[in-house]
Design a protein around this ligand. Structure first.
Ligand code: C2E
Ligand code: CA
Ligand code: CA
Ligand code: CA
Length: 272
């Protein structure tokens, strides 16, 4: 610590300065990343447990940074949300995912994550309509995944947007189910097509005595509400066996496959 010119102690400022600068740099880089085509989509397959067939894929964004290498979404999506860049990035994701899916050798669905700021922009529905029509992809093959964050400030506009997507024939999933405070009440506000059970529940399953009871309860809830249930983050045969036994509809996780570059996914779908 040292006394600065104005006579105040500066303990943490150098470190804070560095953090602010790193953030500024990331922000500037991100503003150019779209134009420089540094974003990519990887796709993680989803397996139906009744038919043992791949029924869909989740699109997961990757940033190929020229100096940093691959930046995972957790390191830039929150900042993109904060500064509004998530809207153009999210539009690119929807358009690219529709284009990719239209060219796949099997008519599996493609799921896209839409974050709260993007959901609130007026453009979402128009973007979806134009992405589907440009790619010539049937609306029934597109899924929109939203988290509780979208419903947090639930109002008429949020619901209106959800119903407009639904009218188009797009499916809507509740992501990370069970991690927030009011997951259950959100199921009441909108008839979701899918519930994605957060991977923390899958991981807890074998470790806690009541772990399986929770999965069983959510699977049952899904059945009674007519919603598909997807267990996320399934990594082991043991977890898979338990998930099957509890009656979930689908699984997604490293055991089935890691998220894949699109060319590898096409190979998998073509049975190569
Ligand atoms: P998410 O939507 O819950 O996506 C699932 C995350 O779990 C992915 O991380 C995926 O790679 C990871 N995962 C899949 N299977 C397993 C497994 O068996 N074990 C473990 N430990 N992890 C598994 P990823 O790709 O790093 O994405 C993290 C989050 O970033 C996503 O969580 C989502 O919230 C966000 N995200 C990713 N792509 C997009 C996007 O295009 N738009 C928006 N708005 N958010 C995105
Ligand atoms: Ca997701
Ligand atoms: Ca999730
Ligand atoms: Ca998540």
């Amino acid at each position: 610590a040292k006394l600065d010119g104005r006579g105040t102690f500066r303990f943490f400022e150098p470190a804070m300065d560095e953090r602010m600068q790193a953030r500024r740099r990331l922000e500037l880089d991100m503003r150019q990343a779209l134009a420089r085509r540094e974003f990519q989509l990887h796709y993680q397959p989803q397996l139906n447990l009744e038919t043992d067939r791949l029924v869909g894929c989740e699109a997961l964004i990757r940033w190929q940074h020229p100096e940093r290498g691959t930046v995972p979404p957790g390191d830039f999506i929150p900042l993109a949300e904060e500064i509004g860049l998530i809207v153009p990035i999210g539009e690119w994701v929807i358009r690219q995912a529709c284009r990719d899916a239209a060219a796949w050798p099997a008519p599996v669905s493609v799921a896209v994550n839409v974050s709260p700021a993007q959901f609130k922009s007026d453009r979402l529905v128009e973007t979806v309509i134009s992405a589907l029509s440009n790619a010539d992809l049937p609306a029934g093959r597109l899924e929109i995944e939203i988290t509780e964050g979208v419903l947090l400030q639930e109002n008429e506009r949020t619901l209106h947007t959800l119903y407009r997507l639904r009218e188009l024939g797009v499916r809507v999933s509740m992501d990370d189910f069970g991690t927030g405070y009011s997951s259950l009440s959100y199921l009441r506000s909108f008839p979701f097509d899918k519930i994605k059970i957060d991977r923390s529940f899958v991981h807890d399953m074998a470790k806690r005595p009541d772990g399986e009871a929770i999965i069983r309860a959510i699977a049952g809830l899904g059945r009674s509400l007519g919603m598909t249930t997807v267990a996320e983050g399934v990594e082991t045969e043991d977890q898979m066996r338990r998930i099957r036994a509890e009656g979930c509809t689908e699984v997604q996780g490293y055991l089935v496959s890691r998220p894949l570059p699109v060319a590898d996914l096409v190979g998998l779908l073509a049975g190569r």
